[in-house]
Design a protein around this ligand. Structure first.
Ligand SMILES: O=C(O)[C@@H](COP(=O)(O)O)O[C@H]1O[C@H](CO)[C@@H](O)[C@H](O)[C@H]1O
Length: 301
């Protein structure tokens, strides 16, 4: 610090030199040159979308700024591809997206190397297990152990709508699972522990969103899908990107622990979330899309 003389730090000097209206210098905020190679990964429910209403209006200003600055916004959610395609179009995005808690990655033609895009111009990478196998394991452990739970495969479209607050047509899209099963646990905590261990033995893993437990292949998860896309970006552009992730639920922890800057959005759920201390983390005071914007103000503002 001696080289800054009477000033306590470089930050203090920069604050003095800044015009009064300028945003104060913060050592941990991303510089504009870092933002040129930035990928922003976002969870949906409880993060970009309001937990109860699925509204994203409070995030509009930041969505516009990311678009203007050509910063890719990459959705990373437990929702199905059928659900995300609709939102992706509504938001006017052209970036890849990750569905079913990291079990599938969807690449636009500009992100493809060996993959051949389909007639819509997209290629799908499956990291996880097939829905068929997940359901057959779930049905087998339920039959042998008598566990009490119900998954989307046991629900009618109306029941999905009742559990989620989605309208019938959105509930139908949520029902179109390809590589993960959301479920409502109706048994004891001890039974849940036994269930989890049995699934590990079958190559499956469990995680938790704002409303449901989710079962998926143990070779997937929101963090692994990010690692896959970071490698692909590196191959395409010849440099590693900087990454920023925003999420609110336990299923977002692997995402928040795999990015360079993380935003933990205050959740609607009652699950306490702990993130590794090594993570550069900002925790919001606001919930949903208002908290999402608060997190971007913090790191990119
Ligand atoms: O478990 C949950 O609470 C959410 C979590 O979704 P995110 O990973 O937070 O986008 O996901 C399920 O419920 C949604 C409706 O609330 C459905 O749209 C999703 O398909 C389902 O996975």
């Amino acid at each position: 610090m001696a080289r800054y003389g009477v000033f306590k730090s470089k930050e203090a000097i920069l604050m003095l030199l800044s015009p009064i209206t300028a945003i104060p210098y913060r050592a941990d905020a991303m510089t504009s040159s870092q933002q040129k190679a930035l990928l922003v990964f976002t969870d949906l429910d409880g993060s970009l979308l309001d937990h109860a209403t699925y509204d994203y209006t409070p995030a509009m200003a930041w969505l516009e700024r990311l678009r203007e600055d050509s910063i890719p916004l990459i959705i990373n959610t437990s929702k199905t591809a059928a659900e995300v395609v609709v939102l992706h179009q509504a938001l006017g995005l052209d970036s890849p997206f990750i569905t079913e808690n990291g079990a599938s990655i969807h690449l636009p033609a500009s992100w493809c190397l060996d993959e051949t895009p389909d007639e819509r111009g997209w290629a799908d990478i499956v990291l996880g297990e097939s829905y068929r196998r997940i359901r057959s394991v779930l049905e087998a452990v339920r039959a042998t152990e008598g566990f009490k739970f119900r998954g989307f495969g046991d629900f009618s479209i109306e029941e999905v709508a009742d559990h989620t607050g989605l309208d019938a047509s959105d509930a139908e899209l949520a029902h179109l699972r390809e590589a993960s099963e959301p479920l409502v646990w109706e048994d004891t905590d001890e039974a849940l522990e036994r269930f989890r261990l049995l699934l590990i033995g079958a190559g499956l893993t469990t995680t938790r969103g704002g409303r449901f437990y989710h079962v998926l292949g143990d070779n997937s998860g929101k963090g692994r899908a990010i690692a896959w896309l970071v490698d692909r970006y590196h191959l395409l552009k010849g440099q590693r990107p900087l990454t920023l992730g925003l999420g609110d639920g336990p299923n977002d922890v692997p995402m928040l622990e795999s990015v360079d800057r993380a935003v933990l959005i205050r959740g609607e759920h009652d699950v306490s979330i702990s993130i590794a201390e090594t993570v550069q983390l900002y925790t919001t005071t606001q919930k949903g899309p208002a908290g999402w914007s608060e997190g971007l103000d913090h790191w990119l503002g």
